[in-house]
Design a protein around this ligand. Structure first.
Ligand code: HEC
Length: 269
């Protein structure tokens, strides 16, 4: 009878996939390593929650086992103001997301460490593994991936100003068009694209050895950035929200970076 009970219990839990207690998340503060925490260590201090909500990548409601982000950040950076800092989130594949502390702390951000209904479900066009950590947002209004990014395979969270992380992406030009384009690029593009080999590596480098405005014409670039899917199946998301004016600013920024190339040998490094 007892054995039967135990089996029943096992049976009812079988759909809950085992979690990787040794999964780590690393923290840096202005270049200094603030250490890594395992899931077991974090869970001992921050109670896990089951978070549910619509997910823009899966395009349907999902449920996760997750830790609220804010107490995790307070644990990792006990003497920091957090809300006034700038953060960089890095994924295992090099995906790099700059994001403000104010955004991260607005409420609703969670570090998912497992699907609540079974094993991790592959995510994105390349069917990637979302683990060990997938940043999710709980709120029904937090679905826009440009304002509320959801990096998967998250490896580290760092406090570091953008200029310190990617100095070679910052334009020297003070032209307001260029500056406006830089702000957009920083919010929406640098997580996937590098300029002068700094930035994300999901998409191609856009400045060296050739700046993209040197081999692609303006009409193509406008149409491509607005909606890459009209050209080919792509990992690059469409940006239908960008106005013509914002597209001009983005192109002004890209063109300005022609004059700020770092030296790289074509075809090598
Ligand atoms: C999720 C990652 C991602 C984001 C975000 C992203 N891109 Fe891309 N981008 C790519 C990838 C991947 C390619 C390679 C082309 C392909 O997918 O076929 C690409 C290609 C490009 C190209 C080159 C097109 C060509 O064929 O020469 C340009 C220009 C470009 N992106 C600009 C941008 C701009 C500007 C933004 C921000 C508004 C942006 N991208 C945001 C992933 C991204």
């Amino acid at each position: 009878m007892r054995l039967f009970g135990a089996l029943l219990l096992l049976g009812s839990c079988a759909h809950v996939a085992p979690v990787n207690e040794a999964a780590t998340l690393r923290f840096f503060e202005n270049g200094a390593d603030r250490g890594a925490f395992t899931l077991a260590q974090l869970r001992a201090q921050v109670p896990e929650e089951t978070v549910s909500g619509f997910d823009p990548y899966y395009q349907r409601p999902k449920r996760w086992r997750a830790l609220p982000l804010e107490p995790v950040l307070r644990l990792a950076f006990p003497s920091s103001q957090l809300a006034t800092e700038e953060f960089t989130l890095r994924a295992l594949d090099g995906y790099t997301v700059p994001i403000s502390g104010a955004r991260l702390l607005e409420g609703g951000a969670y570090l998912a460490f497992s699907d609540a209904d079974g094993a991790w479900e592959p995510i994105g066009a390349r069917r990637a593994d979302p683990g060990p950590w997938y940043l999710v947002w709980k709120g029904g209004k937090q679905l826009d991936l440009t304002t509320h990014p959801r990096p998967w395979a998250l490896a580290s969270l760092s406090i570091e100003p953008f200029e310190a992380v990617f100095p070679l992406v910052v334009p020297r030009s003070k032209d307001p068009r260029v500056q406006q384009g830089f702000v957009l690029f920083r919010q929406q593009c640098v997580k996937c694209h590098a300029i002068n080999q700094q930035g994300g590596s999901v998409g191609p480098e856009l400045n060296v050895p050739k700046n993209v405005t040197e081999y692609r014409d303006e009409a193509f670039l406008r149409a491509w950035i607005r909606n890459p899917f009209t050209f080919r199946i792509s990992v690059m998301p469409p940006s239908p929200q960008l106005t013509e004016d914002e597209l001009s600013a983005l192109l002004a920024y890209l063109a300005a970076m022609r004059d700020q190339k770092i030296d790289v040998a074509p075809g090598g490094h």
